[in-house]
Design a protein around this ligand. Structure first.
Ligand code: NI
Length: 277
């Protein structure tokens, strides 16, 4: 497929992604503005909690936890889950949280044609917009598995690509203490922490994670608060000035890259079916 054809198709998807229903009575734009109020993470000790693969019933429980603690987080949603739990997706938006596109149904994008990648991303984007009244502003590839083409296609839809620095492996360790230990133990200023809101064990860990991070002086922010202005098509993880502990997790997208780097494309594929993100 030629670049011109790809661009035309992407433009077509972008044009078709506008929300057409469920804009609703609440002022979501006001909620969104509140969600991204300026926080200067160059001077504060910031960390971003991110939750993938939802929404589902556990997400609703997590929203209560976050509301009580006055924390705003970032949710990378699957289109297929949004289709099943549109009210929960909407509640996430109403809670002032940030919402990202995690594709329609969590396929490894590095094994798909550019056309199919675009469908995976754009279909989820449309579903999220329908359910929440706003388009996702961020993209995270399933498994952290990406290529320059994937990043470019997300960029053509206006979205930067957001990976993570701290993998809690909460999909594997289904005990709140383990999740808490992995999240807090590996946190560093500027880090993006990966969790999954679909697991009750993760939701149960979040109150202690918030408490302990705050005791260590962290401000909990959304991904866009962490970075400020973000550029579509660019990959983000960690803050340029951060000095992270090395992340030992095999298969983590942060593995093997410079600590705290905010590298633009090109990227290498980090496909791994052995882990869940
Ligand atoms: Ni995922």
């Amino acid at each position: 497929m030629t670049g011109a054809v790809v661009s035309a198709l992407v433009a077509g998807f972008a044009g078709g992604a506008a929300p057409t229903r469920a804009a609703g009575a609440i002022n979501l734009s006001a909620v969104h503005r509140a969600a991204v109020k300026p926080v200067d993470c160059r001077h504060l000790k910031c960390v971003a909690l991110t939750f993938d693969d939802g929404p589902n019933r556990s997400t609703a429980d997590l929203l209560k936890v976050l509301r009580r603690a006055h924390v705003r987080a970032t949710f990378f949603m699957l289109g297929i889950q949004v289709q099943q739990f549109p009210q929960v997706a909407r509640a996430v938006a109403r809670g002032g949280h940030e919402i990202g596109d995690h594709t329609w149904d969590h396929k490894d994008l590095t094994r798909m044609s550019p056309h199919d990648v675009k469908v995976e991303i754009a279909r989820a984007r449309t579903e999220i917009a329908h359910a929440t009244g706003r388009e996702p502003q961020l993209f995270r590839p399933p498994y952290g598995s990406t290529t320059p083409t994937v990043a470019r296609l997300a960029g053509a839809l206006g979205m930067p690509e957001v990976l993570w620095d701290v993998d809690t492996q909460d999909w594997l360790y289904r005990h709140p203490h383990d999740v808490q230990h992995n999240a807090v133990g590996a946190a560093f200023p500027g880090a993006i922490i990966l969790m999954h809101d679909i697991y009750p064990s993760t939701v149960a860990a979040v109150p202690a994670i918030i408490k302990q991070l705050r005791e260590r002086g962290y401000t909990l922010v959304t991904v866009s608060q962490l970075y400020g202005r973000m550029r579509p098509g660019v990959e983000y993880f960690g803050m340029p000035s951060a000095k992270p502990k090395p992340q030992p997790s095999v298969g983590s997208p942060a593995a093997g890259k410079g600590p705290g780097s905010k590298s633009p494309i090109p990227l290498r594929s980090r496909s791994s079916k052995s882990f869940r993100p």
